[in-house]
Write a protein that binds this ligand. Structure first.
Ligand code: ELE
Length: 202
């Protein structure tokens, strides 16, 4: 059965957004997150270690590993070669979206206004990352934005914390939230934070 972005967004209430500087840390970090109950992992392509980190994390049983910060066709190809199971981009252009949609890999593009959502709907997309969530007006903005687009579902990301996540998750079109707060100073702390996040109600 084909896994869709909807399936991925409903796997757990929080998608940890990971910035990995040392590929050697990738596997234990993924193990801590999965053990804590968060299986969907977004590795941002912001560091030289990111692609290797994706390949390492794929070795962890139960992990569903995707690439974030994908902004070019070249990065999309690199992310796929590393074994990414889904792709996240901070924004939505037709140039980045077309090849990803054609490849049928689950895709979560960023949107921040009505025009972005309409461009996504034109491309056949209904699931979006609301980014940057807090800076774009927070939950109030998303509620106003979601009203005309009954079919759209969201993963707000950017500025969300353990304290604010429940409020976002209580809004029906929000299937999950993304955030970097899950990663602690140690893998044990990461596991504890993942456990708390996994228990939030989506
Ligand atoms: O790199 C990207 O493509 C991004 O999407 C940015 C991240 O989603 C946010 O930086 C995470 O936000 P924080 O939880 O506030 O740290």
């Amino acid at each position: 059965m084909t896994v869709t972005i909807s399936d991925i967004m409903q796997t757990s209430p929080v998608i940890p957004v990971l910035v990995v500087h040392d590929a050697a840390q990738a596997r234990p970090m993924a193990e801590a997150l999965v053990k804590g109950g968060l299986r969907v992992l977004e590795v941002t392509l912001r560091t030289p270690a990111a692609l290797e980190a994706i390949a390492e994390m794929k070795n962890v049983e139960g992990a569903i590993v995707g690439a974030g910060t994908v902004v070019s066709a070249e990065q999309f190809k690199q992310a796929m070669d590393a074994g990414s199971e889904f792709i996240v981009s901070p924004g939505l252009t037709e140039t980045i979206a077309r090849p990803i949609i054609d490849s049928r890999v689950p895709f979560l593009p960023g949107i921040a206004n009505a025009g972005d959502i309409m461009r996504g709907l034109d491309l056949g997309l209904t699931h979006f990352k609301f980014f940057p969530a807090e800076a774009s007006g927070g939950l109030k903005a998303l509620k106003a934005l979601a009203a005309p687009f009954y079919q759209a579902k969201f993963c707000p990301t950017g500025g969300i914390t353990e304290a604010s996540a429940p409020e976002w998750l209580a809004f029906d079109p929000v299937l999950c939230v993304g955030g970097s707060w899950i990663v602690g100073a140690t893998h044990a702390e990461t596991e504890t934070r993942a456990h708390a996040a996994a228990g939030l109600k989506a």
